[in-house]
Design a binder for this molecule. Sequence first.
Ligand code: ZN
Length: 193
Amino acid sequence: MAALEILPYPNESLRRQARPVTEFDASLARLVSDMEETMNAEDGVGLAATQVGVDLQLLLVHPYAFRGSDARDEPVVVIINPEVIWQSDETNTAEEGCLSFPDVFIHVTRPAKVRLRALNLKAEPFEIEGEGLGARALLHEVDHLRGVVMIDHVSFLQRQRALKKHQKHQAELAAEARRKGPVGKTAKVSTAG
Ligand code: ZN
C-alpha cells in the first residue's frame, strides 16, 4: 500500500467527469487500498478517485459517517459507479470540509437523506442509504465524480471567502515546503488514535 497525493483545488482533475469502472481487477483493488491508506492518513470521511488524479467512478466513505465512532475500526465502504436513486426533499445545512481544500470549512445545504445504487469491488450491486453526515459524505463524493466541488454549492461571496482562505493556506504550505527543502511530505500526527 502507498499513500497517494491528494490534489488540491483548482487541479483540473477535480473538474473532470469520471468514467465508469469496467475492469474489476487487481489494479482496481490496489487503487482502493492506496486510496484507503490516503484517506485514513488524512483523517478524511470520504475520498473520490478524481481527488487522486484517477478519472474513475470510484469513491470511499468511512463507516464513521454512517455509524459514528463505534465504526471507527470498520473497513471503508467502497462505492463504484454510483447512481443516486432517491434523495429526500428535506434538506440539512452543516459545515463541510474537503481534503482538496484543507483548512476550508463552509456551510453547505444538501438533502438530509439519500440512497445510492452502486457496485462493490467484486462488481456486485448493492444499495446504500445515508442520513445526516452519511448523506452529506455520499453526496459530496458523488459530486467529485461529476467535477463538482463543495464551493459550487454556496453563494458567490461565500465562495470568494473560501477561495481566499484556501489560497492563503496553499501559499503557507508552499512556503513551508520551500523551507524544509526537497525531503517530501513531513510525517503527520494522526488524530485517529
Ligand atoms: Zn471533497
